[in-house]
Each structure stands twice: as C-alpha cells, then as structure tokens.
Design a protein around this ligand. Structure first.
Ligand code: HEC
Ligand code: HEC
Ligand code: HEC
Length: 479
C-alpha cells in the first residue's frame, strides 16, 4: 500500500477537476460546433456528417491528426485532414475523398483499416459531397502530426491491403425487412457511426466476424459489450428510450455508464445527433438478431441497491473527508477489510455509498452494467488500468495496479459488485485478478504469424523456382 499522501493527492485531483467540470461539458442538448447559420446549408450538412461519422474521435476536433490507434500490428497514427496543401488534404478532389472513405485508397498509397473505410464504404455520395465541401472550410493547419505510422514488415507493405480489402470490404450487409426508420438506423450504425468497429468481434483476418455482429468484443483493456437485443447478455432489457438517453448523455441512471472508448464516441459524436437519428439507431438495434454470449449480465435488482446515505456526506466531498481519512488510517495500519479498502481507494471520488460526486461529475457507480457482469474482467481491468476521460477536461480515474495487490483488488471488486451492483454474491479471487492482469491483447492467428507466414511464403516460392529450374535442366539433359 502506498502512503497516505498518494490518497490525499487523489482527493486533490478530485477537487481541482470538480472545479473544471462545474462549467465543463454539459452532456444533454449539445449544440453542434462548427455549424453556423452563416454557412451554406451544404457546409452545415457536411459538419453534421463529420459528427455522425465521428471523424474527430481519431483526427481530433481540429482535424490535425496524430492520434494513435492501437492495433495488433502496432500503432497506426491518424493524419492531418485539414485543407493544408503540404500536410493535409488540401490537394484532394472530391473523388480522392470518396476513394479514401469508400475504398481505403489515398492518392499515393493504400490506407490501413484503422481508418474505418470498411464501414464508410457504404457512405452515400451526397453525404461525401457535403463532407468534402465542409472539410474545405475548416482552418488549414500547416503542421505534420507528431507521430508517423511505422509498422514492422510485412505490414509496412501497404499494397497488402488490396488482398485484405478483397476479403473484408464492405464490412456489413444490408438487412432485409426493415422499415424506413430502421434503414436510417442501419445506415447510421453501420456506415457512419461504425459501431461495429468496437462492438463486433474480429475473425482470423481481423475483418468483422459477421455471424457475431454487434455481440461484443475486447478492445485492449476495454470490453465493448454485446449490444444485440439478447435478454441475458445483450441490451434486450433496454427500451428504445434507454438507448437514446445513453447515446445522448453517456449514462443511464443506476444502469449503465459510457466510459473509455464509448465515452469518446458519445463526447465526439452521438450526443450531437438529432433526436430522430438517435431514435433510428435505437429502433434498428432492436431489430438486429439477438446473439447470446457467455458474457452474461444480471438484471438490476433495485431493492438490493444502496439507499443514498445522508445527503450532506454523500454529496459533499469535504464533509466526507474525515470519514474517508479514518478508512485510510485503518488501511495504512494494515486493515484489509474490503470496505475500508473501497473507502480509502475509491470513496473520495465515487462517494461512501457509490453515488459519486455529481457536482464533480465523478461517475455514480451504483447499478452499472459494468459491475453486474458475470465476468468481472471489465471491472477489474478498470481498477487495474484506470479510465482516461473522454475529453481534455473530463476527470480521470487512476489505475491501481501499483498501489493495490491482487488480493486487495479482488476484495474491492467483490465489495463493489455486491454492495453497489446488487449481486447476491461475487467471488472474484486474487487468481482471477492475476489472470486478467496477465492477459495480453490476443492477436488473431494471421496477424500473429504473418511475419512467419510471409517468410514461409518466400521460402516456398524459392523452392518452387528451384524445382522448376531443375525440371527444365533434367528434361534438357534427357534430350
Ligand atoms: C477510428 C479512427 C478514424 C476515424 C473515425 C476516421 N479516421 Fe480517417 N484516418 C485514420 C487513420 C489512422 C488514418 C491513417 C491511415 C494510414 O496511415 O493508413 C486516416 C486517414 C485518413 C485519410 C487519408 C489522408 C491521407 O493520408 O491522404 C483521410 C482523407 C481521412 N482519414 C478522412 C477521414 C474522415 C473524413 C473521417 C470521418 C468521416 C475519418 N477519416 C474518420 C483514422 C480514422
Ligand atoms: C480520482 C477519482 C477516482 C478514483 C480514486 C476512482 N475512480 Fe472510478 N471513476 C472515476 C471517473 C472520473 C470515472 C468516469 C471515467 C469516464 O468518464 O470515462 C470512473 C469510473 C468508474 C467506474 C465506471 C466504469 C464504467 O465505465 O462502467 C467504475 C465501476 C469505477 N470507476 C470504480 C472505481 C473503483 C472500484 C475505484 C477504487 C479502486 C475507483 N473507481 C477509484 C474517478 C475515480
Ligand atoms: C471506440 C469504440 C466504440 C464505439 C465506436 C462504440 N462503442 Fe459502444 N461501447 C464501447 C465500450 C468500450 C463500452 C463499455 C463502456 C463502459 O462500460 O464504460 C460500450 C458500451 C455501449 C453500450 C452500453 C452497453 C451496456 O450493457 O452497458 C451501448 C448501448 C453501446 N455501447 C452502443 C453503441 C452504439 C449504438 C454505437 C454506435 C453509435 C457504439 N456503441 C459505438 C465501445 C464503443
């Protein structure tokens, strides 16, 4: 256990970010930046498409790029797509943009699918036109992104993507029997918002596993849950209004929270969508096939959730201070009681009763789906690695892999799952925590062995050539 000072500094982080957050991102009713009545209707429509297709999550709110996208092959950096002639896409024609979005082809090279062109391949011509016109109006930034992509052999051969594209583009198919609203929802989910890039698991070539469409996938330390309408492992119990509220505000009271990558999708994109578009997404998500996975989530049992303790100590960080300080003293004196551990490590942000610090926008964690899953992996990963805020001004959660040992993390996880998740029991063990901490990001077969396969391929090619030369020589000798 690290000394008290660490915990106190956390309390300090809490207080400063609370000041920032008080006037910070106000999630509901976000108005669309970059849209102004002074712009032409086409430009404003393009700005909306950029939001709905979430270009900013990767290229940045100013489109200057440089964000790392982690892939099993290595980090791929987004590029500057401002109209800068030297560093951006100032020389692009509309056809160039169309090729980049739909085919993954930049004028001089093939793109990696970290740029979600397998999804954008279905983007409508008129939407690309509007986007093109809009992108020409954003301020040009004459600066190269800080980092450049440099993948190891054989992935540095960009033309290899031609073969990959043949197998994996387009990444989704149109579904039959949808009404007009659901068709709009399908277009938003598949082609603009590209929800499947996170929520659909990958096959051995890193393309979408179409049979498991939207049934959940691991993203490094994060788990994107099953969002098909399955009752036991998906979001079958959510109403369409629940889905709309979640995508608009990033949370659903005592049910779910959009952290990590989902927080980014909400912050940069879904909270700006028109109500009719959020409704269309919700209606479509109810119409996709339900897929049951082993990532079960128990229903919220409201009767088992804690009642908020005395308002003054729940909602006032300073009033809680003495209470938390007592737990910290106990922990530094060697107490391993899960309650004291929770209060010492988590209480300063999430409150003594899990209802959080609403003023500071620290997430209330009571009832959240992430603490109600049968597999504790998502929760344990969050405790180990922390949570980066979705925007520059969002509060962050520190990781505890250094401060707490596996036993203590297991104790806290069980405490949180039973007391705030309403589970009847939770048996996370230190061994579970070790397993989760040591699970690397599993690379699909082809990627893991691609270097080896490429070398084997070259050796086989050489062997075939030698064989042919020999055969020719032999037949000559015979003659
Ligand atoms: C999930 C992250 C992600 C999203 C979302 C995304 N991009 Fe990209 N984009 C990338 C990455 C990474 C690259 C660089 C790929 C490479 O190096 O092969 C890229 C490259 C590009 C390029 C090629 C630039 C060049 O090098 O000539 C264009 C154009 C582009 N993106 C436009 C867009 C637009 C427009 C949107 C929104 C409709 C968008 N991107 C959304 C990650 C993303
Ligand atoms: C410094 C403040 C801070 C501390 C300490 C802290 N958290 Fe958090 N926690 C946050 C913030 C901020 C978020 C929301 C992050 C975001 O917006 O993505 C969060 C989110 C969460 C979530 C919701 C995750 C989701 O996306 O579903 C859980 C569960 C959680 N914390 C548990 C814990 C536990 C358990 C501890 C103690 C081991 C802890 N937190 C300590 C600030 C903190
Ligand atoms: C960049 C990756 C990413 C993208 C893109 C993304 N999601 Fe998510 N989504 C996640 C992750 C990770 C979580 C888990 C968040 C958490 O627990 O804090 C999540 C959670 C959710 C949940 C809550 C599920 C539950 O059981 O709590 C819903 C609903 C959801 N996403 C819908 C969508 C929809 C609809 C889209 C497209 C508009 C989308 N997501 C796009 C990564 C993503």
């Amino acid at each position: 256990m690290k000394p008290l000072s660490v915990m106190l500094s956390m309390l300090a982080i809490g207080i400063t970010s609370s000041a920032v957050m008080a006037e910070g991102v106000n999630l509901p009713n976000a108005s669309l930046p970059n849209v102004s009545p002074a712009n032409s209707e086409l430009v404003n429509r393009g700005a909306y498409i950029a939001r709905a297709a979430d270009c900013m999550a990767c290229h940045g709110e100013d489109y200057t790029g440089g964000t790392a996208i982690e892939t099993p092959m290595g980090e791929i950096y987004s590029t500057n797509i401002t109209p800068s002639k030297r560093y951006g896409i100032g020389d692009y024609t509309e056809t160039d943009l169309k090729n980049a979005l739909q085919k993954g082809r930049a004028p001089s090279h093939m793109l990696y699918p970290a740029m979600p062109y397998p999804s954008y391949s279905g983007m409508k011509e008129e939407d690309i036109s509007a986007l093109f016109t809009y992108l020409q109006t954003v301020p040009a930034v004459d600066e190269a992104p800080k980092h450049k992509t440099n993948l190891p052999f054989p992935f540095n051969i960009r033309s290899l993507m031609l073969g990959w594209n043949f197998l994996n583009v387009p990444s989704t198919e149109k579904r039959d029997g949808l009404n007009e609203t659901q068709k709009r929802g399908e277009y938003l989910v598949n082609n603009l918002e590209h929800c499947g890039t996170c929520h659909t698991p990958r096959n051995s070539t890193m393309g979408f596993d179409k049979k498991m469409y939207l049934s959940g996938a691991q993203l490094g330390h994060w788990h994107a849950p099953n969002i098909t309408p399955d009752e036991s492992s998906g979001i079958g119990s959510w109403s369409e209004q629940d889905i709309i509220t979640y995508l608009r505000t990033g949370e659903l009271d005592q049910r779910a929270y959009a952290g990590g990558p989902m927080g980014e999708a909400v912050a940069h994109s879904t909270r700006y969508l028109k109500n009719e578009d959020l409704s269309a997404i919700a209606s479509y998500l109810k119409a996709v096939p339900a897929i049951q996975t082993d990532d079960k989530v128990s229903a919220v049992d409201v009767s088992r959730l804690p009642t908020p303790v005395n308002e003054s100590i729940t909602h006032d960080l300073l009033a809680q201070k003495d209470y938390l300080a007592q737990a910290k003293t106990e922990v530094s004196n060697g107490s391993n009681s899960p309650e004291s551990l929770y209060l010492a490590a988590c209480g300063s942000c999430h409150g003594v009763d899990g209802y959080g610090q609403p003023d500071a926008r620290y997430a209330p964690i009571v009832g959240l789906s992430s603490i109600r899953r049968e597999k504790p992996d998502a929760l344990v990963n969050m405790i180990l690695h922390g949570v980066e805020g979705a925007t520059d001004t969002s509060p962050i959660m520190p990781g505890f892999s250094e401060e707490l040992n596996s036993d203590q993390i297991a104790g806290i996880a069980n405490y949180v799952r039973v007391n705030f998740g309403g589970l009847t029991k939770s048996e996370v063990s230190a061994a579970d925590v070790d397993r989760i901490a040591n699970t690397g990001v599993d690379k699909p077969f082809l990627i893991k062995y691609a270097g080896l396969l490429a070398i084997i391929g070259i050796l086989v090619a050489i062997a075939v050539i030698i064989f042919i030369i020999r055969a020719i020589l032999r037949s000559k000798r015979r003659r």
